[in-house]
Design a protein around this ligand. Structure first.
Ligand code: CTP
Ligand code: MG
Length: 221
Protein backbone atom coordinates (compact mmCIF):
# COMPACT_ATOMS: atom_id res chain seq x y z
CA UNK A 1 0.00 0.00 0.00
CA UNK A 2 1.32 3.44 -0.93
CA UNK A 3 0.25 6.70 0.66
CA UNK A 4 -3.44 6.77 1.64
CA UNK A 5 -5.12 10.19 1.89
CA UNK A 6 -8.62 11.07 3.11
CA UNK A 7 -11.09 13.29 1.28
CA UNK A 8 -13.97 14.34 3.52
CA UNK A 9 -16.91 15.95 1.76
CA UNK A 10 -18.51 18.60 3.94
CA UNK A 11 -19.93 20.97 1.35
CA UNK A 12 -23.62 20.15 1.48
CA UNK A 13 -26.38 22.45 2.66
CA UNK A 14 -28.23 19.91 4.80
CA UNK A 15 -31.68 20.74 3.45
CA UNK A 16 -33.27 17.77 5.22
CA UNK A 17 -31.92 18.93 8.58
CA UNK A 18 -33.30 22.42 9.10
CA UNK A 19 -31.28 24.97 11.09
CA UNK A 20 -29.03 27.98 10.62
CA UNK A 21 -25.78 26.04 10.45
CA UNK A 22 -24.99 23.54 7.64
CA UNK A 23 -25.35 20.11 9.25
CA UNK A 24 -21.67 19.14 8.99
CA UNK A 25 -20.82 22.15 11.20
CA UNK A 26 -23.57 21.49 13.77
CA UNK A 27 -22.29 20.64 17.23
CA UNK A 28 -22.70 16.96 18.01
CA UNK A 29 -21.37 15.39 21.22
CA UNK A 30 -19.54 18.67 21.83
CA UNK A 31 -17.82 19.15 18.46
CA UNK A 32 -18.68 20.32 14.96
CA UNK A 33 -19.84 17.15 13.14
CA UNK A 34 -17.03 17.22 10.55
CA UNK A 35 -14.37 17.23 13.30
CA UNK A 36 -15.29 13.66 14.29
CA UNK A 37 -14.46 12.18 10.90
CA UNK A 38 -11.21 14.12 10.70
CA UNK A 39 -10.21 12.86 14.13
CA UNK A 40 -11.09 9.23 13.25
CA UNK A 41 -9.07 9.38 10.02
CA UNK A 42 -6.10 10.87 11.88
CA UNK A 43 -6.32 8.20 14.58
CA UNK A 44 -6.24 5.53 11.85
CA UNK A 45 -2.88 6.95 10.76
CA UNK A 46 -4.14 8.90 7.73
CA UNK A 47 -1.87 11.93 7.68
CA UNK A 48 -3.09 13.75 4.54
CA UNK A 49 -6.66 14.95 4.97
CA UNK A 50 -8.54 17.20 2.54
CA UNK A 51 -11.88 18.62 3.67
CA UNK A 52 -14.28 20.07 1.10
CA UNK A 53 -16.33 22.91 2.59
CA UNK A 54 -19.52 24.72 1.65
CA UNK A 55 -18.55 27.92 -0.21
CA UNK A 56 -18.77 30.78 2.30
CA UNK A 57 -18.10 28.42 5.25
CA UNK A 58 -14.43 27.71 4.57
CA UNK A 59 -13.13 29.61 7.62
CA UNK A 60 -15.54 27.91 10.05
CA UNK A 61 -14.63 24.56 8.52
CA UNK A 62 -10.90 25.32 8.82
CA UNK A 63 -11.40 26.20 12.49
CA UNK A 64 -13.23 22.90 13.02
CA UNK A 65 -10.70 20.61 11.35
CA UNK A 66 -7.31 21.77 12.63
CA UNK A 67 -4.47 21.05 10.24
CA UNK A 68 -6.46 19.54 7.36
CA UNK A 69 -6.43 21.22 3.93
CA UNK A 70 -9.76 22.93 3.19
CA UNK A 71 -11.08 23.62 -0.31
CA UNK A 72 -14.48 24.81 -1.52
CA UNK A 73 -17.09 22.37 -2.83
CA UNK A 74 -19.67 22.60 -5.57
CA UNK A 75 -23.39 22.27 -6.21
CA UNK A 76 -23.41 18.47 -6.10
CA UNK A 77 -21.55 15.96 -3.98
CA UNK A 78 -19.85 14.73 -7.14
CA UNK A 79 -18.43 18.20 -7.91
CA UNK A 80 -17.31 18.48 -4.28
CA UNK A 81 -15.37 15.21 -4.55
CA UNK A 82 -13.89 16.38 -7.86
CA UNK A 83 -12.69 19.62 -6.23
CA UNK A 84 -11.18 17.62 -3.37
CA UNK A 85 -9.35 15.34 -5.79
CA UNK A 86 -7.59 18.43 -7.14
CA UNK A 87 -6.19 19.18 -3.68
CA UNK A 88 -4.77 15.74 -2.85
CA UNK A 89 -1.02 15.64 -2.25
CA UNK A 90 0.90 14.51 -5.36
CA UNK A 91 2.24 11.46 -3.52
CA UNK A 92 -1.17 9.99 -2.64
CA UNK A 93 -1.69 6.59 -4.30
CA UNK A 94 -5.05 5.87 -2.62
CA UNK A 95 -7.88 7.94 -1.22
CA UNK A 96 -10.71 7.31 1.23
CA UNK A 97 -13.73 9.39 0.28
CA UNK A 98 -15.92 9.98 3.32
CA UNK A 99 -19.11 11.89 4.14
CA UNK A 100 -18.78 14.42 6.96
CA UNK A 101 -22.41 13.45 7.64
CA UNK A 102 -21.13 10.06 8.95
CA UNK A 103 -19.36 11.18 12.15
CA UNK A 104 -19.62 7.75 13.83
CA UNK A 105 -17.19 6.00 11.45
CA UNK A 106 -14.94 3.68 13.44
CA UNK A 107 -11.21 3.14 13.31
CA UNK A 108 -11.92 -0.56 12.53
CA UNK A 109 -14.00 0.29 9.47
CA UNK A 110 -11.31 2.65 8.14
CA UNK A 111 -8.71 -0.09 8.65
CA UNK A 112 -10.93 -2.65 6.89
CA UNK A 113 -11.33 -0.45 3.79
CA UNK A 114 -7.61 0.30 3.65
CA UNK A 115 -6.73 -3.40 4.02
CA UNK A 116 -9.08 -4.34 1.15
CA UNK A 117 -7.37 -1.80 -1.13
CA UNK A 118 -4.43 -4.16 -1.45
CA UNK A 119 -6.70 -6.55 -3.41
CA UNK A 120 -9.03 -4.21 -5.29
CA UNK A 121 -8.69 -0.62 -6.55
CA UNK A 122 -12.24 0.30 -5.46
CA UNK A 123 -13.81 -0.73 -2.14
CA UNK A 124 -17.15 0.24 -0.58
CA UNK A 125 -18.60 -0.75 2.80
CA UNK A 126 -22.03 -2.38 2.59
CA UNK A 127 -24.68 -3.33 5.12
CA UNK A 128 -27.70 -5.62 4.82
CA UNK A 129 -30.99 -3.80 4.30
CA UNK A 130 -33.41 -4.58 7.13
CA UNK A 131 -36.64 -3.12 5.77
CA UNK A 132 -38.63 -4.89 3.09
CA UNK A 133 -38.02 -3.06 -0.19
CA UNK A 134 -40.71 -2.51 -2.77
CA UNK A 135 -41.12 -0.67 -6.02
CA UNK A 136 -43.84 1.89 -5.53
CA UNK A 137 -45.79 4.23 -7.77
CA UNK A 138 -48.84 6.42 -7.14
CA UNK A 139 -49.36 5.11 -3.62
CA UNK A 140 -49.35 1.45 -4.65
CA UNK A 141 -46.86 -1.34 -4.28
CA UNK A 142 -45.89 -2.56 -7.74
CA UNK A 143 -43.31 -5.21 -6.87
CA UNK A 144 -41.21 -6.62 -4.06
CA UNK A 145 -37.45 -6.15 -4.44
CA UNK A 146 -35.46 -9.24 -3.50
CA UNK A 147 -33.53 -8.12 -0.44
CA UNK A 148 -30.93 -10.84 -0.90
CA UNK A 149 -29.57 -8.99 -3.88
CA UNK A 150 -29.42 -5.48 -2.49
CA UNK A 151 -27.34 -3.79 0.19
CA UNK A 152 -26.93 -0.35 1.68
CA UNK A 153 -23.67 1.36 0.78
CA UNK A 154 -21.75 3.63 3.15
CA UNK A 155 -18.56 5.64 3.23
CA UNK A 156 -15.55 5.65 3.64
CA UNK A 157 -15.07 4.31 0.12
CA UNK A 158 -11.48 3.53 -0.87
CA UNK A 159 -9.96 3.96 -4.33
CA UNK A 160 -6.74 4.12 -6.20
CA UNK A 161 -6.43 7.84 -6.93
CA UNK A 162 -5.78 7.21 -10.63
CA UNK A 163 -8.92 5.05 -10.97
CA UNK A 164 -11.17 7.50 -9.13
CA UNK A 165 -9.87 10.41 -11.25
CA UNK A 166 -10.56 8.39 -14.40
CA UNK A 167 -14.08 7.55 -13.19
CA UNK A 168 -14.86 11.20 -12.39
CA UNK A 169 -13.44 12.40 -15.72
CA UNK A 170 -15.61 9.89 -17.59
CA UNK A 171 -18.70 10.90 -15.61
CA UNK A 172 -18.08 14.58 -16.37
CA UNK A 173 -17.68 13.82 -20.09
CA UNK A 174 -20.90 11.81 -20.18
CA UNK A 175 -22.78 14.14 -17.82
CA UNK A 176 -23.41 11.17 -15.55
CA UNK A 177 -24.20 12.27 -12.00
CA UNK A 178 -24.30 10.04 -8.93
CA UNK A 179 -24.22 10.65 -5.20
CA UNK A 180 -21.86 7.68 -4.86
CA UNK A 181 -18.25 7.34 -6.02
CA UNK A 182 -18.33 3.55 -6.29
CA UNK A 183 -21.10 3.96 -8.89
CA UNK A 184 -18.84 6.14 -11.03
CA UNK A 185 -16.18 3.42 -11.01
CA UNK A 186 -18.74 0.74 -11.89
CA UNK A 187 -19.97 2.95 -14.74
CA UNK A 188 -16.54 2.72 -16.43
CA UNK A 189 -16.66 -1.06 -16.18
CA UNK A 190 -14.19 -1.52 -13.34
CA UNK A 191 -14.88 -3.86 -10.40
CA UNK A 192 -15.93 -2.52 -7.01
CA UNK A 193 -15.40 -4.75 -3.97
CA UNK A 194 -17.47 -4.64 -0.78
CA UNK A 195 -16.36 -4.98 2.82
CA UNK A 196 -18.73 -5.17 5.80
CA UNK A 197 -19.95 -1.73 6.84
CA UNK A 198 -21.29 -0.89 10.29
CA UNK A 199 -24.81 -0.30 11.60
CA UNK A 200 -23.48 2.52 13.76
CA UNK A 201 -22.00 4.32 10.76
CA UNK A 202 -25.26 6.17 10.10
CA UNK A 203 -25.60 9.14 7.78
CA UNK A 204 -27.03 12.01 9.75
CA UNK A 205 -29.80 13.15 7.41
CA UNK A 206 -32.87 14.11 9.43
CA UNK A 207 -33.20 15.86 12.80
CA UNK A 208 -34.00 12.53 14.53
CA UNK A 209 -30.61 11.16 13.45
CA UNK A 210 -28.75 13.73 15.58
CA UNK A 211 -29.85 12.04 18.80
CA UNK A 212 -28.83 8.60 17.58
CA UNK A 213 -25.41 9.79 16.39
CA UNK A 214 -24.85 11.68 19.62
CA UNK A 215 -25.58 8.56 21.66
CA UNK A 216 -23.17 6.49 19.54
CA UNK A 217 -20.41 9.11 19.83
CA UNK A 218 -20.88 9.47 23.60
CA UNK A 219 -20.74 5.67 23.95
CA UNK A 220 -17.52 5.40 21.94
CA UNK A 221 -15.63 8.05 23.84
N1 CTP B 1 -21.94 17.12 0.09
C1 CTP B 1 -20.97 17.92 -0.49
N2 CTP B 1 -21.29 18.76 -1.51
C2 CTP B 1 -22.56 18.84 -1.95
C3 CTP B 1 -23.57 18.01 -1.40
C4 CTP B 1 -23.23 17.15 -0.37
O1 CTP B 1 -19.82 17.88 -0.06
N3 CTP B 1 -22.86 19.72 -2.94
C5 CTP B 1 -21.58 16.26 1.22
C6 CTP B 1 -22.37 16.57 2.49
O2 CTP B 1 -21.75 17.63 3.21
C7 CTP B 1 -22.35 15.26 3.23
C8 CTP B 1 -22.23 14.22 2.12
O3 CTP B 1 -21.90 14.91 0.92
O4 CTP B 1 -21.25 15.13 4.11
C9 CTP B 1 -23.50 13.40 1.96
O5 CTP B 1 -24.56 14.25 1.54
P1 CTP B 1 -25.94 14.46 2.29
O6 CTP B 1 -26.01 13.62 3.50
O7 CTP B 1 -27.00 14.40 1.27
O8 CTP B 1 -25.77 15.97 2.84
P2 CTP B 1 -26.46 17.28 2.29
O9 CTP B 1 -26.46 17.26 0.81
O10 CTP B 1 -25.79 18.42 2.98
O11 CTP B 1 -27.94 17.14 2.87
P3 CTP B 1 -29.32 17.30 2.06
O12 CTP B 1 -29.25 16.31 0.94
O13 CTP B 1 -30.36 17.00 3.08
O14 CTP B 1 -29.37 18.73 1.59
MG1 MG C 1 -27.57 15.73 -0.28
Amino acid sequence: MGHVAALIVAAGSGDRLPGNTPKQLRLIAGRPMVAWSVERMASAGISSIVVVATPGHEDETRAAVGGATVVAGGDTRQVSVWNGLGALPAGASHVLVHDAARPCVSRELIDRVVAALSNCAAVVPSVPVVDTLVREANGRVEAIVDRNHVAGVQTPQGFSVALLRRAHEAARRREFVSSDDGSLVLAIGEPVATVPGERNNIKVTFTEDLRVAEAILNDDN
